[in-house]
Design a protein around this ligand. Structure first.
Ligand SMILES: [Zn+2]
Length: 53
């Protein structure tokens, strides 16, 4: 099961807006990201590894 997470971007620009991309992540990949907030469950595939089972 994947969830939608609001994350800190992997690379932050020194200037400009800080972006918090929303990603669909599985429970394995989510450990690689700094999660700001956790969203709803989704059946979309993981955007990091493509897992969809
Ligand atoms: Zn994944």
């Amino acid at each position: 099961m994947r969830k939608k997470y609001t994350t800190e971007g992997k690379s932050q620009p020194k200037k400009g807006k800080v972006s918090y991309p929303k990603l669909v992540l599985c429970d394995v990949c989510v450990r690689e990201f700094v999660v700001i907030s956790e969203g709803d469950r989704t059946y979309e595939p993981c955007e990091n590894c493509g897992a969809d089972s």
